[in-house]
Write a protein that binds this ligand. Structure first.
Ligand SMILES: Nc1ncnc2c1ncn2[C@@H]1O[C@H](COP(=O)(O)OP(=O)(O)OP(=O)(O)O)[C@@H](O)[C@H]1O
Length: 299
């Protein structure tokens, strides 16, 4: 079942068409990595899904219900973590969560158990420390606790890791991955390594449309350019080898691309080289990264 269905959505600001007949779906249980260049329209899309802006044309359905601009009922089952969450800094984490729970009309009894549960889930202590003393990573984790408080069926995170240092990013991604069994997740980012680490589906937004929307494995299979990278002692050897094995030479390196079996290709390449007394000093099998694929898609 699809949690989200975006159908032929157009959105412009002034004379700038940001989304152009955008259509895509996100299935239940996915961790969907939503990527695109700066200004591609990721935040705009998320705002439309949350009913925070008007759609020029097209429709968006969440859990089979249409999203309406403004007070959309679909938001009752959505948790949202904005890119820079704002807090009342004088509150403690528990006070803040209690405040959010009251806003969404959660029962006080439920909040009593749910708040410590959420704080423990995101690794924040349930103590008297004020949010003003929190690190960015702690604030981001509190944001997730707030977004999950009301047991949403969909969690939307807008660039959740962009302001975090490597350790904070890593912790946050581990947390996101651990939520997979509880909710469907859409998160936008420019950090493709983050997508590779936790997302099981990837959408690449470019020219107002999703150019790619599939599992990471399927995307890699579709765009895969498998490579063998050989290094030689000298540039002259590399040049000779490149002619022999029809590779691409750059300084002492030669890159051979292949589509068939690795062992067969490596065997053929090495046999040819050794028959000509060309012995590489190193040989690497390299697979395309999501970054390689992203650059190919937006080229
Ligand atoms: N309220 C607005 N008024 C005018 N233009 C806007 C508005 N909101 C967004 N835009 C423009 O729409 C385009 C898409 O912006 P959006 O923030 O959705 O992109 P993004 O993919 O989230 O970018 P980034 O990765 O930089 O956050 C940009 O050119 C932006 O300047």
């Amino acid at each position: 079942m699809n949690v989200l269905e975006v159908n032929h959505v157009n959105k412009h600001f002034g004379d700038k068409q940001v989304l152009h007949d955008l259509s895509f779906t996100v299935p239940e249980g996915a961790i969907f990595g939503f990527v695109g260049e700066n200004g591609a329209g990721k935040t705009t899309t998320m705002k439309l899904i949350l009913g925070l802006d008007t759609i020029d044309a097209g429709t968006i359905n969440l859990f089979g219900q249409p999203v309406h601009y403004g007070e959309t009922a679909t938001n009752q089952a959505v948790g949202y973590l904005p890119d820079v969450p704002e807090y009342y800094n004088y509150m403690t984490a528990a006070e803040y969560l209690r405040f959010c729970g009251r806003l969404t009309a959660m029962a006080p009894d439920e909040l009593k158990t749910r708040i410590p549960e959420m704080l423990s889930l995101v690794g924040l202590p349930n103590n008297k420390h004020r949010i003003r003393g929190f690190s960015r990573g702690m604030k981001q984790r509190l944001g997730i606790a707030q977004a999950l408080l009301n047991r949403p069926k969909l969690l939307i995170c807008d660039e959740p890791t962009s302001a975090l240092d490597p350790a904070g990013r890593s912790e946050f991604l581990t947390l996101l991955a651990s939520l997979k069994t509880q909710t469907t997740i859409i998160f936008s980012t420019h950090i493709l390594a983050d997508v590779e680490r936790v997302a099981d589906r990837v959408g690449i937004l470019h020219h107002g449309q999703l150019q790619v929307n599939d599992t990471l494995a399927a995307i890699k299979a579709q765009y895969a350019v498998n490579q063998i990278v050989l290094s030689f002692e000298t540039e002259a050897q590399a040049k000779q080898a490149a002619t022999l094995i029809q590779g691409k030479q750059n300084a002492q390196r030669v890159v051979v691309t292949y589509h068939d079996d690795y062992t067969e290709t490596a065997n053929a390449v090495l046999s040819q080289l050794l028959a000509n007394q060309l012995v590489p000093v190193a040989m690497d099998r390299s697979e395309p990264s999501l970054e390689d694929i992203f650059l190919e898609v937006i080229a």
